[in-house]
Design a protein around this ligand. Sequence first.
Ligand code: DX5
Ligand code: ZN
Length: 233
Amino acid sequence: MSFDRSIKIAPSILSADFADFGRECAAIEAQGCDWVHVDVMDGHFVPNLTFGPPLVKAIRPHVKTVMDVHLMIAPVDPYIAAFAEAGADIITAHLESGAHTHRTLQAIRASGAKAGLAINPGTGIEDVDYLLDMVDLVCVMTVNPGFGGQKFIHSQIDKVKRLRAMIGDRPVHIEIDGGVTPETAPLVAAAGADVLVAGSAVFRGGSVADPAPYGENIRAIRAAAEAATGQMA
Ligand code: DX5
Ligand code: ZN
C-alpha cells in the first residue's frame, strides 16, 4: 500500500446485502472501487450493531484491494489484535472511544495494520495535532456515526481544510465518511480529502445480479471529486 493523494472511492458495505458480503465485495471491486470500507458497530459507542472479527475474516479473501476497517466500538483496545488477525489493512479507531488514543494508535501499528483516527462531527482537530505522526489516515465523520444514508454535515468542510493544513507534508490520508454523493464529494475533495467513503450513494440502484449501477455511481462520485481537485477524470 503506497501513499498518494489521488482520489480513492471506498464503498461502505453497510449498504450491501448482508447475506452476500463476499460477492458484494467482488462486485464493487470489479466495478472500480479503490478500497472496501467495513463498518464495525457495537451498540454502545454507536446506537447500532453490525459485526465483528469473524465476519471480517470471512470476507477477507473476497477483498483484493484494501480492507479499511472502521471501528465504532468502545473499548477498542481489546479487539485490535483480532481485527488485525482477521486481515484488516487499515484499522481506524475513534478519538472519542477512550481516554488513551495515543496508546490505541501504538497498538494498531504494533498489530501490523495501518493506523486510522476518526473524529466525530462535534470534535475539533486540536487533539489530533500530537497524534499526526502516529497515523496513516484521519477520518472526518461528516455524519454522526451509526447509520448509513444520513445527511452530510456541511460544517465539516472547514474542518477538513484546517486538518489538511495541519497535516502538511506528512503521508496521512484524509478520509471522509458519511453523506458522500456526487454533490458533496467535490466540496470535501477541494478542501483536501482524498479517500471518500460512500455507502448508499454507491449501492443504490444495483445488486450482485445487476452490478453495473455500482460502477456508474463510483464513476460519478470520482469524476465530481477529481474535477474539484484538477485531477484527470
Ligand atoms: C456511518 C458509517 C459510514 C456509513 C456511510 O456510521 O461509518 O461508513 O456507512 O454511509 P452513507 O454513505 O450512506 O452516508
Ligand atoms: Zn465508516
